[in-house]
Design a protein around this ligand. Structure first.
Ligand code: ADP
Ligand code: MG
Length: 328
C-alpha cells in the first residue's frame, strides 16, 4: 500500500546571513499524523516551520503538500495555518471577532459563520466565550482560541510552534492531551515544535530529533527511546547513564540497572543517595565507573541505605563509538 503523504520536505536548506539556519532537511509527514520537531533552542525548529508556512523562503529544496509544490506561494495562498507561542489573538477584537475574521475574508455567509464558530468553540471547550476579549482569558484559553481560529480555516497542515511553552506545567499537560484528542478525532496533519522531550514523547506519532540545523533521527517515541541513534539523542531523550570505557561508551537507562546488596558479579559501588520519586526510587551509586543512577520499584526501598556496598548489573544497554559524528 502506498503511503499517504500529506507534507514532504525535500533537500531543504535555509540559511540566514549569519550562516545559521537549517541544512538539507528531508521529511515526510503522513496524512493525519502528528510529527514533532524536537531539539534545544536554536537548532532550527522555527526556521523549518516558517519555511512550510511561507514566512521564510528556502534557499534550496522543495516543499510539497499532497504532492504539489507550495514553496513558491505566499503564506496566505498555502493550505497551512500556524499557532505561535505568544501574541496569537488580536487584543482589540472579541473571541467571536477573532474567529470570524478569516471566515469573513473567505466570504462565508454570516449564518454559516456563526454556526461554524459555535461548533468550533464547543470542540475546544470554550462555548459561550464569544464576547470575551483575549485579556479576559487565561493563557491556556487564549491558545485554545488560537487553535480554534486555525482549525476554522481547515488547513491541510496545522503548524504549532511551542504553543504551550508559556503555560504552567499542569495546564500544559492538559492542553497536550486535548490537542492530541482533537487531532485524532479530526484526523488533522500536524507539525508540532517543542524543546521539551517529555511533551514530544507524550504527543507524537513520530519525533524528529534535531541538532544544530540538522535532522539527527526520525522515529516513533518508543523507538527513539529504545534505540537512540547516537549519544546526543540518548542524552536528550529520557534519563541515561553513560559509562566511558577506553574504546566505547556504554549507555544504560536507570530502569535497566539492577542493584543488589553486598558484593557479587558485576560493577561494584557504594550507595550515595536514595530518593523516593513516587512509584519508583532513584538510587545514586558511586561506582568504579563513576556515578550510576538506578530506578527501582518503591517497595524495595527499605533494603538500600547510603554507604551500603552494592553490586550493579544491566538488563539492557547500548554501545556507542567514542568519537561519533552522526548527521542524517
Ligand atoms: N531572522 C534571523 N536572522 C538570523 N539568524 C536567525 C534568525 N532567526 C533565527 N536565527 C538563527 O537560526 C538558528 C535557528 O533558529 P530557530 O529556527 O529560531 O531555532 P529554534 O526554533 O529551534 O529555537 C539559531 O541559531 C538562530 O539564532
Ligand atoms: Mg523556535
Amino acid at each position: 500500500m502506498a503511503e499517504d503523504i500529506k507534507l514532504e520536505i525535500r533537500n531543504m536548506t535555509k540559511k540566514y546571513k549569519t550562516g545559521d539556519g537549517v541544512e538539507n532537511i528531508n521529511l515526510k509527514v503522513r496524512k493525519g499524523e502528528l510529527v514533532t520537531l524536537l531539539g534545544p533552542s536554536g537548532c532550527g525548529k522555527t526556521t523549518i516551520l516558517r519555511t512550510i508556512a511561507g514566512f521564510l523562503k528556502c534557499d534550496e529544496g522543495e516543499i510539497l503538500i499532497d504532492g504539489k509544490r507550495i514553496d513558491h506561494l505566499p503564506p496566505e495562498k498555502r493550505p497551512t495555518a500556524m499557532v505561535f507561542q505568544n501574541y496569537n489573538l488580536w487584543p482589540h477584537m472579541t473571541v467571536y471577532e477573532n474567529l470570524a475574521f478569516g471566515l469573513k475574508l473567505r466570504k462565508v455567509p454570516k449564518q454559516e459563520r456563526d454556526r461554524q464558530i459555535k461548533e468550533i468553540l464547543e470542540l475546544v471547550k470554550m462555548s459561550g466565550m464569544e464576547k470575551k476579549y483575549p485579556s479576559q482569558l487565561s493563557g491556556g484559553q487564549q491558545q485554545r482560541i488560537a487553535i480554534a481560529r486555525c482549525l476554522l480555516l481547515k488547513p491541510d497542515v496545522l503548524l504549532l510552534d511551542e504553543p504551550f511553552s508559556a503555560l504552567d506545567a499542569k495546564i500544559r499537560s492538559q492542553m497536550r492531551e486535548e490537542l492530541r484528542k482533537l487531532q485524532i478525532d479530526l484526523k488533522i496533519t500536524v507539525v508540532f515544535v517543542t524543546h521539551d522531550q517529555e511533551e514530544a514523547m507524550a504527543l507524537s506519532d513520530r519525533i524528529v530529533v534535531m541538532e544544530k540545523g540538522h535532522i539527527v533521527q526520525v522515529d516513533t517515541p518508543a523507538n527513539i527511546y529504545e534505540n537512540p541513534i547516537n549519544k546526543y539523542v540518548a542524552s536528550f531523550i529520557g534519563e541515561m547513564n553513560f559509562i566511558e570505557l577506553e574504546d566505547k561508551t556504554i549507555a544504560v537507562r536507570p530502569e535497566h540497572v539492577s542493584v543488589k546488596s553486598g558484593e557479587g558479579n558485576g560493577i561494584k559501588g557504594t550507595v550515595r543517595a536514595v530518593m523516593i520519586l513516587g512509584h519508583y526510587v532513584e538510587i545514586t551509586v558511586d561506582s568504579e565507573y563513576g556515578i550510576i543512577k538506578a530506578y527501582v520499584p518503591n517497595e524495595s526501598v527499605v533494603s538500600y541505605y547510603p554507604g551500603e556496598s552494592v553490586t550493579l548489573s544491566f538488563s539492557k544497554f547500548l554501545e556507542y563509538p567514542k568519537d561519533e559524528k552522526v548527521v542524517m
